[in-house]
Each structure stands twice: as structure tokens, then as C-alpha cells.
Design a protein around this ligand. Structure first.
Ligand SMILES: C[S@@+](CC[C@H](N)C(=O)[O-])C[C@H]1O[C@@H](n2cnc3c(N)ncnc32)[C@H](O)[C@@H]1O
Length: 280
């Protein structure tokens, strides 16, 4: 691919999704776009670039989706899920006793492992959540990955990564060489498309937000904008989880780290004090 075409596609990607494609990733662009070219019966990436330049909307969507990295797995990194269970959830159950409602948002949910991990965790709590309405909203920019998430069907490799065998046996059904997550867990998660570049106001207010392993693909300005959007819909004492390689430091003044808890953030003058109270 020539430099002009590379730059044109990198620009489209940045404008549509915030994803930054540096020139050392040209190889990635070619390997990810080959299937898109085939889908459109185009003989080469050059032809694909020409069609993209002409502004075919569906092609631009397909190019953007093809360039997203959808790697995810159940209970990824474990620690955030332990903190959710042992710190955040007890805090929320204590502070939402009046309304008995809780809203959790997985803001870049990919193929669904993150929200389904939370759903299984909540299910495991059994009667402790009787009478509670817990909404689990999971969004992603990519409609094709959301389709996979809704289906909830995973390969042997995908269910082997960090998913306890006990939960696999309890909440999945084997179907040939794949494992499908059971209806009762699928129904606990509502999936919808949402681009983090857009305002999330229409999604409603959130108590807990997981926005993990997506900011790493954005430039600093887009990270700041995304965190502003998240802050704008979070309840004052809400909690934000970021990925292991992500931080708010130097990026957002709206959030600060929950003392002693790497990877969890509260709004400035929001949950941080309260969370440290519960952590003490
Ligand atoms: C690496 S996955 C992370 C999945 C999950 N949160 C985890 O930590 O395992 C990143 C996801 O971010 C999504 N994504 C990329 N840009 C986005 C944007 N602008 N808005 C919403 N989602 C986006 C991708 O489609 C991809 O599914």
C-alpha cells in the first residue's frame, strides 16, 4: 500500500473510532483489510483504497471494524473482578439499599467475555441479590463483534483462558467444538452499539463502568475526551475500572485512583473517600 493510501485509511480510522495507526503498523493494515477486500470482490488493497476514497459508507464501517483489536477473555486479569466482588459490590449494595438498583456499563465489551464474567459472578451471589435490579449494559463500536457477543458461543481456546472449570460446567453448554453460554446468563446482559467518541448520555447514569483495554489504542486527546464522557454519566460515588496498562494520570482531572487499589478510579470528590472508607 502506498503512503497516501495508508494515511487516508489511518485518517478515516482516527476520525471514526479514535484508533491511532502508526506507520509501523502498515503490515497490520494489509492483513486486516485483505478479508474486507475479498468481501467486496476487490482484487487488491489498492482497489479497496480507491473505493474507500470514493466514500462508500458501508465499506468505511467495515474497514473501521476490521481494524479494531477484539482480544478479550473471561475474568481477564482476575484482580479487577476480585475488587469488583470484594470492594465495589459490597459498597454499592450498602449505598443503593433504598432503590435496590445498580447499573453497570462495559464500555468496550468486544465479544462479551467481560460482561458475561460479571453476570456469572452476580449469579453466583444467589439470594444475596434477591429484590435487586442489576442492569448490565455492554457496548462496543463494532457491530460484528457485538453479534458474536450476543451469540455467546466460544471456542475451546477461549473458554480455557482463566475461566474456572466449575463455571464452565455450570453456565455453558457444549455444542460440537464450541461452548455456548447459557440463556440465563445471556439474558442478564444487554448489548448495544456505542462509539466512545460519542456522548453516552442516552445510555443513562451508571454506577460502575468497565472501560478496559481500549484507551491504549487512542491518542491522549481522545483518551481525555472518552474519560470526560464517562465521567459525565457516572453517579457521584461510582467506580471506573481501566485496563492494566491504562491510567487517568496526566489524562483526566475528573478521576482519581481509589487509594491502594490499582486500576479502580472514582470521580474527584466522589467515591474515592467513600471507597477508602470501605477498604479500611
Ligand atoms: C481489546 S478489546 C477489550 C475488550 C474488553 N474490554 C477486555 O478488556 O477484555 C477493545 C474493544 O474496543 C472496541 N473499540 C475500539 N474503538 C472503540 C470506540 N471508539 N468505541 C467503542 N468501542 C471501541 C473494539 O471494537 C474492541 O472490541
Amino acid at each position: 500500500m502506498n503512503i497516501e493510501d495508508f494515511e487516508m485509511i489511518a485518517k478515516i480510522l482516527k476520525e471514526r473510532s479514535g484508533l491511532v495507526l502508526s506507520s509501523d503498523k502498515a503490515y497490520l493494515l494489509e492483513s486486516r483489510l485483505n478479508p474486507v477486500a475479498r468481501k467486496y470482490n476487490l482484487d487488491s488493497i489498492d482497489e479497496l483504497a480507491a473505493k474507500a476514497r470514493a466514500g462508500d459508507e458501508q465499506l468505511l464501517v467495515d474497514i473501521t471494524e476490521a481494524m479494531t483489536t477484539n482480544e478479550s477473555f473471561f475474568f481477564r486479569d482476575q484482580k479487577p473482578f476480585e475488587l469488583f466482588q470484594n470492594l465495589v459490590l459490597p459498597y454499592m449494595l450498602d449505598h443503593r439499599g433504598q432503590t435496590k438498583t445498580l447499573r453497570i456499563w462495559c464500555a468496550a465489551c468486544s465479544s462479551g467475555q467481560e460482561p458475561y464474567s460479571l453476570a456469572m459472578m452476580l449469579k453466583e451471589m444467589g439470594a444475596a441479590l434477591d429484590g435487586w435490579t442489576i442492569e448490565l449494559l455492554a457496548t462496543d463500536i463494532s457491530r460484528s463483534i457485538l453479534k458474536k457477543a450476543v451469540e455467546g458461543s466460544y471456542s475451546q481456546f477461549e473458554v480455557q483462558r482463566d475461566l474456572p472449570i466449575r463455571l464452565l460446567m455450570k453456565y455453558f453448554t457444549q455444542d460440537g467444538d464450541r461452548w455456548r453460554i447459557n440463556e440465563e446468563i445471556r439474558q442478564m446482559v444487554k448489548f448495544a452499539p456505542h462509539n466512545l467518541l460519542d456522548s453516552p448520555k442516552a445510555l443513562g447514569r451508571m454506577d460502575v463502568v468497565f472501560c478496559r483495554n481500549v484507551l491504549i489504542y487512542f491518542d491522549p486527546e481522545t483518551k481525555t475526551q472518552t474519560l470526560d464522557h464517562v465521567a459525565g454519566v457516572m453517579n457521584e460515588d461510582g467506580f471506573l475500572f481501566l485496563g492494566g496498562a491504562e491510567t487517568v494520570l496526566g489524562i483526566s482531572e475528573r478521576f482519581q485512583i481509589v487509594p491502594g487499589q490499582r486500576g479502580i478510579y472514582g470521580l474527584v470528590q466522589g467515591s474515592v473517600g467513600l471507597a477508602s472508607e470501605t477498604a479500611a
